[in-house]
Ligand binder design. Structure first.
Ligand code: ATP
Length: 420
């Protein structure tokens, strides 16, 4: 069977993955076999999310009714029901459900009624608490398919330490990444000298190490020195796979979806209030604004070097009429020229403009000139892919150390019909 759970946490406590790790252990103690544990990240633009819009799915051999009872008991015991925005969902199905629902949940938006319809026709055991919204994530989790996948080992804290400062040796995190990168990533952000894998929220997670395979995350984890975790769980996940991306076109982008879009830079990037950088790209006479926000740090230095005429592929979520950049491919760099008034051949002084469309005039001898002096600007920007730093990376975004984006491979490209 597959067990899906979602929406059990709140900003002040709990984490659905911790609840899933506890549930896995309870099922094992009840004599069942847990074959796989999945973290399923869903559309990062869903406003109901607490943090990273994650649901979990466990693949289990055992009695469905008993497993459902244990899952519901675990949710009732651990979920933060007091929070108005916590609406847990628990689902048990015999077999994986139609992946179309998963793709819609990871790339678009779903309704609670859609999830219930799927569960009813599957003859699922399910329970939606409060407004039942958690059934969306729980159903998407048991419908998930991973044409690409990564792994994460999550360590969880002793409950009496939740909310207290986390004790994790900083140097050991840098050593762990040094020893295992690029097979693990986002443990630390070396460029900005920041620890990434230890959260600051009062939830049960101590740290999480992301990587290509179970052995890589275990090797990386073994190097880390910290307070003693109570549970450790290796998850298979769609994190770091770009599963949220659709092929998009300027002028046809939908709010809250994430795209790869090709275009020609149409305006010189400007740095606005708060250090956010914006520029416009154009394709087929349709334009869209792209944003590199302040938290993307040095990535903005790349963006600031773009000039009109450069050809780019941008990747990010479309929100409030802008694409919030996660990655950019600089495909071709336009040759840029600068023009200025010519030098007077008689007195070797630079001329000045003689008015709009009237050419140039030497202030000293009064000679007229018509052609400006044109000079090629040398461009230091290199073509290729660039990404935001680890500190600003979304869970679903594929890091460049895993390879360049290739959203055409292994994915259902068309958005769900209801969203077209
Ligand atoms: P955490 O990851 O820390 O466990 P979270 O960030 O996953 O928390 P949730 O508390 O699970 O946030 O809340 C997300 C809610 O949004 C859930 O109820 C889930 O069912 C719902 N949801 C997820 N994806 C979609 C979607 N594509 N459309 C509509 N609702 C969604």
């Amino acid at each position: 069977m597959l067990i899906g759970v979602d929406d059990t946490d709140s900003p002040r406590s709990m984490c659905t993955t911790y609840l899933g790790a506890v549930l896995a252990r309870r099922l094992i103690r009840a004599g069942m076999r847990v074959c796989e544990a999945r973290i399923v990240r869903l559309n990062p633009n869903v406003t109901y999310k607490t943090r990273g819009n994650a649901a979990i799915a466990l693949s289990v051999d055992g009695d469905n009714n008993y497993a459902f009872e244990i899952a519901c008991q675990t949710v009732e015991e651990l979920a933060d029901f007091a929070c108005g925005n916590t609406n847990p969902g628990v689902v048990v199905v015999e077999k994986p459900q139609d992946p179309a629902f998963y793709w819609r949940a990871v790339r678009g938006f779903c309704e609670i009624s859609d999830a219930i319809e799927i569960l009813e026709s599957a003859g699922a055991l399910y329970r939606g608490y409060k407004n039942q919204r958690g059934l969306i994530g729980a159903t998407a989790a048991v419908a998930s398919e991973f044409p690409d996948a990564t792994f994460e080992i999550l360590t969880y804290r002793q409950p009496d330490r939740w909310g207290m400062p986390r004790e994790v040796k900083r140097e050991s995190l840098f050593a762990s990444q040094d020893a295992t990168f690029p097979h693990t990533w986002d443990t630390v952000d070396k460029e900005n000298d920041v620890v990434v894998c230890v959260p600051h929220t009062p939830d049960p997670v101590l740290f999480g190490i992301r990587g290509e395979g179970p052995s890589w995350v275990m090797i990386a984890r073994s190097i880390i020195q910290s307070e003693k975790p109570v549970i450790e769980q290796i998850w298979i996940t769609n994190q770091g796979t770009d599963a949220h991306l659709l092929d998009g076109d300027t002028g046809k982008l939908l709010e809250g979806q994430s795209y790869q879009v090709r275009g020609i830079v149409a305006t010189t990037p400007i740095t606005g209030k708060g250090g956010h950088v914006s520029f416009v790209i154009r394709h087929h006479d349709r334009e869209v604004r792209c944003m590199a926000y302040e938290p993307t740090k040095n990535f903005r230095q790349v963006v600031r070097q773009l000039l009109p005429g450069d050809e780019v592929v941008v990747i990010g979520s479309y929100k409030k009429e802008s694409i919030n950049l996660e990655k950019i491919n600089i495909v071709t760099i336009a040759s840029a020229i600068a023009s200025r008034p010519p030098v007077c051949t008689a007195c070797n002084k630079r001329m000045t403009s003689d008015g709009k469309g009237k050419g140039y005039k030497c202030k000293k001898c009064g000679v007229h000139g018509t052609e400006p002096e044109v000079r090629k600007i040398s461009r230091t920007l290199l073509t290729g892919w660039y990404e935001v730093p680890s500190t600003a990376r979304r869970h679903l975004a594929k890091p460049l150390c895993r390879g360049v984006p290739d959203i055409k491979q292994g994915y259902h490209l068309a958005p769900p019909t209801s969203l077209q």
